[in-house]
Design a protein around this ligand. Sequence first.
Ligand code: ATP
Ligand code: MG
Length: 200
Amino acid sequence: MGERIGIMGGTFDPIHIAHLVIAEEARQAYKLDRVIFIPAYIPPHKLDRKITGVYDRVKMTELAIADNPAFSLSLMEIERQGPSYSLLTIKELQREYGHEAEFYFITGSDSINELHTWYHAEELVRACHFIGTTRPDSPLDEAALAERWGELWSRIHLLPIPQLDISSTMLRQRLAKGESVRYFLPFPVAAYIAEMGLYQ
Ligand code: ATP
Ligand code: MG
């Protein structure tokens, strides 16, 4: 049997505990052998805002996942450059791990609600399962989604998790105001942000 691999894609600007919680909850619920964190080079849905440089986002991701042996980091979207389309990432992973490997793309419910707008969305969902973890402020209309996706809806799995009302946007805003972000992100990430003076 092939490996079961979780893919945790994101901008990670900065990475925070909700990213880590959803990855771990998905790993456990879907018996994933590992979860690969893949920071986006250019997130296709965020072309209109300034993103922190890749070096710092990679460094923060590395620090955040260091204590979990099931988590690893891939720089493939950064090395590929250009817009970070998940379909290209899955194809690269299929070449690397072989076609027996099963891929589970881990997301929050906000991503599931807009998944149909992703690059070649249907082909993407055919190529990998999706796990949609519940996120406050992004309720899922399951009936509408099931109708939109048809037979492909069976490849999108909803995973209720303890709700965490945390976003990178909220953390950037707090940091810009000099407010505390303690406990919202792992200590080494907070220390890195402080040392580098990010988000001021
Ligand atoms: P931003 O506010 O900059 O968009 P973010 O917190 O949404 O940042 P992303 O890097 O955009 O973080 O998200 C990566 C993935 O993690 C997405 O699939 C997103 O839905 C998921 N995610 C982020 N925060 C949460 C959360 N609090 N609960 C569930 N899923 C989350
Ligand atoms: Mg987001």
